[in-house]
Design a protein around this ligand. Structure first.
Ligand SMILES: [Zn+2]
Ligand SMILES: [Zn+2]
Ligand SMILES: [Zn+2]
Length: 140
């Protein structure tokens, strides 16, 4: 898992400046156990400007430290990523807990899609919605 030191190291490796507002946002993000919105971070670090919170969250997600999750109600959230590479999520519609997944679309499906549409496929976004184990057993 990430800590402030490892995030700072990653920022330095990629030659990003370490500024007090960026550090404040990184610290706020690390305090979060589940997913959060940009507004949650804004409330947590009111001394940091909105634009900086947006830019830093975007930067951290481009670096793979945060990932974006689309909840079933259509709202976009961020969470600390447990994987750096491309991945998908399982989202519980009952407790909104999020789990990261290994599974991805079969490359053959993407090839077929590209062939049949003439598109050069450059990316995809895929979340799975359902009821997690804990919610299912509490309902039973
Ligand atoms: Zn993720
Ligand atoms: Zn659940
Ligand atoms: Zn994928």
């Amino acid at each position: 898992m990430y800590n402030l030191e490892s995030i700072v190291r990653r920022l330095e490796e990629q030659r990003h400046r370490i500024t007090p507002p960026r550090l404040a946002v990184a610290r706020a993000v690390l305090d979060r156990s589940g997913h959060f919105s940009v507004d949650d971070i804004l409330n947590q670090v009111p001394e940091v400007g909105r634009a900086t919170v947006f830019r830093t969250t975007k930067l951290l997600s481009e670096m793979g430290i945060l990932c974006r999750v689309l909840l079933e109600d259509g709202s976009l959230r961020y969470r600390l990523s447990h994987r750096q590479d491309h991945h998908h999520h399982l989202v519980c519609v009952s407790c909104t807990s999020v789990q990261e997944l290994d599974a991805c679309i079969d490359p053959e499906v993407l090839d077929d899609l590209a062939r049949s549409t003439g598109y050069q496929i450059e990316g995809h976004w895929l979340e799975f919605y359902g009821r997690c184990d804990t919610c299912r057993s509490s309902e039973a």
